[in-house]
Ligand binder design. Structure first.
Ligand code: FAD
Length: 284
């Protein structure tokens, strides 16, 4: 059994993680970590619980430039926040698909990315919304885009002795819209077979985040404007956006099924995102 440590300061948490090195793991909700411990897919010597650390960023901090989510922000807190609901609809849609109410009240947004599952539901919208992560260690803080953060299955830029203190999203520009679409084998608790988040930018450009169709969550974009009323233009944009996907065949679906579904969901998400663009803001 690993040792359990519950520090109250960020400095103590970082010191414990540094001392533990590869054998220490941060813990927030435990909805991934405890499953891994039970299945012996992770076998750390030390768990560093971040929930009692008082000097980490607060769960949801709204600034003029956007929103910051602290390391302990749960998906439940995120979906209940009025500003997050208004500015980041794709992220809210994705978050409410995760597990159940009980899971969402434990599971943290930051760790959904730190766990680095290719099917993590909040990753595609975070990529679309332009997320950046702050990684802390005893040597100081560094920042990276979420796209840089994902290295591969279960691998991120956050290494031994480090923790992610926050994820930041810029405030969406005037006339931007976003939407999330997901396919699972059944309603309720199941990972995505395919998930997509689409964003339409103020200039009519498109950005797409994809889950479960590659070794890590993927982000692509097509510069604007794309005339979404022109079916051929939309199809060409979809072709370009999904061209980086390299899905595998597994219990949730074959490669061919995932590729076909990806195109359908991408098209639907783009049109839903476009319908959410604020016409008053676009005109100003
Ligand atoms: C029944 C069930 C259903 C689920 N359904 C879904 C689903 O539909 N979609 C989905 O995407 N996910 C799903 N999940 C997984 C989801 O709950 C997690 O990915 C969750 O978001 C992780 O948050 P946590 O706080 O529980 O992480 P933890 O389990 O505490 O940690 C997860 C990993 O991240 C690391 N970590 C945690 N915090 C930090 C940090 N601040 N810095 C660096 N590393 C850190 C930990 O060391 C660990 O390796 C489900 C889980 C369960 C048990």
């Amino acid at each position: 059994m690993p040792k359990y440590y519950r520090p109250t300061t960020r400095a103590d948490a970082l010191a414990a993680l540094a001392e533990g090195g590869e054998r220490a793991r941060p813990l927030v909700g435990g909805t991934d970590l405890l499953v891994g411990l039970r299945h012996h897919t992770v076998e750390p010597d030390l768990l560093v619980d971040l929930k009692a650390v008082t000097d980490l960023p607060g769960p949801v901090v709204v600034t003029d430039d956007g929103v910051q989510f602290g390391a302990t922000c749960t998906l439940g807190e995120l979906v209940a926040h009025p500003v997050v609901r208004e500015w980041y609809p794709a992220l809210v849609e994705a978050s409410v698909t995760v597990g159940s109410v009980a899971i969402r009240n434990r599971a943290s947004l930051v760790a959904n990315s730190c766990n680095a599952s290719p099917a993590a539901d909040t990753a595609p919208p975070l990529l679309v919304h332009g997320a950046r992560v702050t990684i802390a260690s005893l040597d100081g803080d560094r920042s990276a885009s979420l796209d840089e953060f994902f290295l591969g299955p279960r691998r991120t830029l956050c290494g031994p002795g480090e923790l992610v203190t926050r994820i930041e999203l810029p405030r969406p520009g005037p006339g931007a819209g976003s939407a999330f679409r997901r396919l699972t084998r059944r309603r309720g608790v199941d990972l995505a077979t395919v998930s997509v988040a689409a964003g339409v930018g103020p200039d009519g450009g498109l950005v797409l985040g994809m889950g479960a169709v590659g070794p890590r969550p993927l982000r692509t974009e097509v510069p604007g404007p794309v005339d979404l009323a022109d079916d051929a233009a939309l199809e060409e944009a979809v072709d370009r956006l999904v061209s980086v996907a390299t899905p595998i065949s597994d219990v949730r679906g074959s490669r061919e099924y995932r590729l076909a579904t990806l195109r359908v969901l991408t098209r639907r998400a783009i049109l839903a995102a476009a319908a959410r663009r604020n016409p008053r803001e676009m005109a100003s």
